[in-house]
Design a binder for this molecule. Structure first.
Ligand SMILES: Cc1cc2nc3c(=O)[nH]c(=O)nc-3n(C[C@H](O)[C@H](O)[C@H](O)COP(=O)(O)O)c2cc1C
Ligand code: SF4
Ligand code: SF4
Length: 362
């Protein structure tokens, strides 16, 4: 049978390894079929690495889902991607899968597949597939990691499905069905994708702290794909550019990174109960008096001021708690007030690959 492609290039965005592993499964299939392959994280992509590509290329972009969307830096990468025009493209995402008894439950993509597919379509690429894979959720700020047995069975299940997908896409087929199954729900949550993109992710960036077990090994600083951790006052400090990919928290050798739940609860309570309604109302009234404008403009202004106050408050609260963490006793109190510190709150990262994937030399 004639090959549909000569080369496969996969560029992924992965915090805890799910999207990387799915990309590796697809590359494994491509190698079996004799394609030239290249696989890389978006932040390490070097166009020189594919200088040897001749003939027809299939490009896959595989990414974690963040707030019902593709993460910001992967979207930015896609917007800037200009290489290999005329190639076919597929968009994939891994989502927060769960398992209930024997039932595999899907996550929710929102616009995480449709939006990147549109970007590549308008850039002139032929979009051949959109494909979600429901591997275990890695959102450890929200919930403890799943149990090993559940994780293993999910990985095994989705490895089989993904390899079937790989066979089809490498044969040049269109694969869209699975991405449209939850379309009504995707449409329903689409507004949250914008909320997360413009506000939510900045707030979440300001919820990580390093506890007293941190020994400044620098692993988190070196490994962060968005270079969002710096040392401040000799302690790791998370910048607004953090995209909550969860890599640092799940890979820290000392298990020293916590989500400061106490900070989150106090600030959310203060903001919703008191500070935000009062302050945003006052600020908006003042600006409205000064500018004079329509009801619609007033509402838009109120919206911007309200969410602006959330971001500023989280920034200030974070500066304060980062300062307090210098003092051993306060550090302990803040640490023990974080659910993530307790033993039952398991960390998550994808288990080591099967022998066959390791042998593929990816
Ligand atoms: C901040 C954050 C937001 C997330 N948002 C979603 C979401 O909107 N929908 C979903 O299905 N999964 C969501 N997830 C789960 C991850 O997308 C999922 O676990 C993914 O497989 C992680 O991939 P990775 O290991 O390659 O980073 C979210 C995870 C995090 C940390
Ligand atoms: S990886 Fe953990 S121990 Fe190392 S610097 Fe980061 S927080 Fe500290
Ligand atoms: S700081 Fe941590 S959670 Fe944020 S982007 Fe970097 S590795 Fe991911």
């Amino acid at each position: 049978m004639e090959k549909s492609y000569d080369n496969l290039l996969i560029i992924y965005y992965s915090g805890t390894g799910n999207s990387k592993r799915v990309s590796e499964w697809i590359v494994e299939k491509a190698k079996e079929q004799g394609l030239r392959t290249h696989i890389t994280s978006f932040h390490q992509f070097n166009p020189n690495d594919i200088a040897g590509f001749t003939g027809k290329t299939l490009i896959g972009f595989f990414s974690a889902t963040h707030g019902f969307n593709m993460p910001h830096s992967m979207l930015r990468f896609l917007f800037r991607f200009r290489l290999l025009k005329g190639s076919d493209v597929f968009i994939g995402n891994t989502r927060a899968g769960m398992k209930l008894g024997k039932l595999f439950l899907p996550g929710l993509s929102g616009i995480a597949l449709y939006f990147p597919a549109l970007i590549m379509f308008f850039k002139g690429y032929k979009v051949k597939a959109m494909y979600p894979v429901d591997l275990p959720s890695n959102w450890i700020s929200l919930h403890p990691g799943l149990r090993k047995k559940v994780i293993d069975s999910m990985v095994e299940h989705y490895e089989r499905l993904t390899k079937n997908f790989a066979v089809n896409i490498l044969a040049g087929k269109h694969v869209f069905l699975k991405s449209f199954v939850l379309l009504p729900l995707d449409i329903l949550v689409a507004p949250f994708a914008f909320g997360y993109y413009f506000v939510g992710r900045y707030i979440l960036a300001k919820t990580f702290v390093a506890n007293y077990n941190c020994n400044n090994c620098m692993v988190c600083i070196e490994q962060c794909p968005t270079k969002s951790i710096i040392l401040s006052g000799n302690r790791p400090y998370w910048k607004f550019t953090c995209e909550s990919c969860m890599k640092c928290m799940n890979y820290c050798p000392q298990r020293a990174i916590e989500t400061a739940h106490s900070l989150v609860f106090v600030l959310v309570f203060l903001l919703t109960a008191f500070a935000n309604p009062w302050l945003s109302g006052k600020v908006t009234e003042l600006v409205a008096l000064w500018l004079g404008h329509s009801w619609m403009a007033y509402k838009v202004l109120l919206f911007i001021v309200q969410w602006g106050i959330w971001i500023v408050t989280f920034y200030s609260g974070y500066e304060f708690i980062h300062y307090l963490m210098r003092f051993p006793k306060l550090n302990k109190i803040i640490t023990y007030a974080s659910l993530t510190t307790w033993k039952f709150w398991r960390r998550y990262r994808i288990p080591n690959p099967s022998v066959s994937t390791r042998q593929s030399g990816v």
